[in-house]
Design a protein. Structure first.
Length: 156
């Protein structure tokens, strides 16, 4: 009985983690977060860009339908407003605002301008189907011949 008592009264086995072990885990998590969060943010922006370019294509199709019915692009903003209803919102603010400007001699331009977290992005399409990216926030490239959906200015 005496030996049993001595064994249990000795030093208890190590339970828990040391400070250095916890600091190593925190450092690893911080490194992973530093890599993952910017990539996730870019992924979310790219998804919102795709929604905006889809709405632009929809607005163009609606505008052409209005032209077939009325032989005029004068009311093309109606088409842009209908297409904008499909865009997601951040609170009460649309992520993109669509504006259709009719021009002379049967022309128009539909512009999607970024709002809220998408501020700085500007995409447009005209009656010929020519697409362009005329605005982009810092770190994102523009492209005069397509809708740039990646930071590099790569086209869809």
């Amino acid at each position: 009985m005496h030996r049993y008592w001595q064994r249990t009264r000795g030093r208890a086995p190590h339970l828990g983690f040391t400070l250095i072990e916890v600091m190593i885990v925190v450092a690893i998590v911080a490194i992973l977060a530093a890599i993952a969060l910017p990539n996730y943010s870019d992924y979310v922006k790219r998804s919102k860009i795709i929604e905006a370019t889809t709405a632009l294509s929809d607005a163009r199709q609606r505008t052409e339908q209005i032209f077939l019915d009325t032989r005029s692009y004068a009311t093309c903003q109606t088409a842009a407003d209908a297409a904008q209803l499909q865009l997601p919102k951040e609170g009460a603010t649309n992520t993109f605002t669509l504006v259709c400007t009719p021009g002379a001699a049967g022309t128009y331009t539909i512009v999607a301008t970024g709002q809220a977290s998408m501020n700085g992005f500007v995409y447009q399409i005209d009656q010929t189907g020519a697409k362009s990216t005329t605005g982009a926030p810092s770190g994102w490239a523009t492209n005069a011949s397509c809708w740039a959906v990646r930071k590099s200015g790569e086209c869809t």
